[in-house]
Design a protein around this ligand. Structure first.
Ligand SMILES: [Zn+2]
Length: 273
């Protein structure tokens, strides 16, 4: 199995404590066993295999060309104003009613169709989807996945394996297939980011979306809505399992809103719209 080699560096990470690299976003020293090139290699490999496996299992991927083109353009715009604009950013649209989005290291992003609904969705308009994409791109730039893999053994990251199925309840065959795919790759896609990483991705993501000409107030709106909706029994597949809502999160976003709004006001993208 091709992904096995990933396990070895993760294990070896425990033996190496001096793997300091510089964070492209903060300029601070961080511990990461992997190089940026390895982020791209791991992410590309897992992304390609996940999409291929989903298609093999009959899960529709990228069949809505219009929406895919829209997402691609948004990811291109946000990636271009990020700290690592040269990464091979790519987005896949997984067409099930799961409410989630996720990123693999190196710039590969998956968005589930269920995330976005103009009336009832957690995400309702283009600024709001930009907030989600920018948050994922922020995780990629800050290299949170491979940092987490460095900190922990990969088996810990497999915690959610197989549980990403509960929400795809309109088609049982798709739900089962999704579960199968994520037993294989969940460790890469669904990193349980630390609270610190989440707050950092919120802060950085809000700045990225603003620079790309999307209204950063949308980020606050999503998490206020999420906080109102919180029921305590969300399925493990939902965005709430990987991105817990909370008033602290909303407050953190509000605290950074003035600087993001300033970036939004002067965004070159916004002026040309
Ligand atoms: Zn996150």
């Amino acid at each position: 199995m091709k992904t096995r080699w990933i396990l070895f560096p993760a294990g070896l990470a425990l033996l190496f404590s001096g793997c300091a690299t510089m964070d492209a976003v903060t300029g601070q020293k961080t511990q990461n066993f992997y190089s940026l090139r390895q982020d791209v290699e791991i992410g590309s490999q897992v992304y390609g295999q996940t999409v291929a496996e989903m298609r093999k299992q009959g899960i529709p991927v990228n069949t809505d060309r219009r929406r895919l083109a829209q997402l691609q353009e948004m990811v291109r715009r946000i990636g271009a104003v990020s700290n690592l604009p040269d990464l091979p950013y790519e987005v896949a649209l997984i067409q099930t009613n799961v409410v989630n989005a996720m990123a693999a290291p190196g710039g590969k992003i998956m968005v589930y169709e269920g995330l976005w609904d103009p009336k009832e969705g957690l995400v309702r308009d283009e600024d709001e989807i930009a907030a989600v994409l920018a948050h994922e791109i922020a995780h990629v730039n800050a290299r949170h996945s491979t940092e987490a893999m460095t900190r922990q053994m990969l088996p810990n990251l497999l915690f959610l394996g197989g549980s990403i199925i509960a929400q795809a309840n309109d088609r049982d065959d798709i739900a089962a297939a999704l579960g199968g795919v994520f037993v294989l790759y969940n460790g890469i896609w669904v990193t349980r980011y630390s609270r610190t990483d989440e707050f950092e991705a919120d802060r950085i993501g809000m700045m990225y979306m603003a620079r790309a000409g999307y209204d950063p107030r949308a980020a606050v709106r999503i998490w206020e809505r999420a906080e109102q909706r919180r029921t305590g029994n969300d399925p493990a597949s939902s965005i709430f399992s990987t991105h817990p809502p909370g008033m602290q999160r909303v407050q953190n976003l509000r605290a950074h809103l003035p600087s993001a709004l300033a970036a939004y006001e002067t965004s070159a993208y916004r002026r040309t719209q």
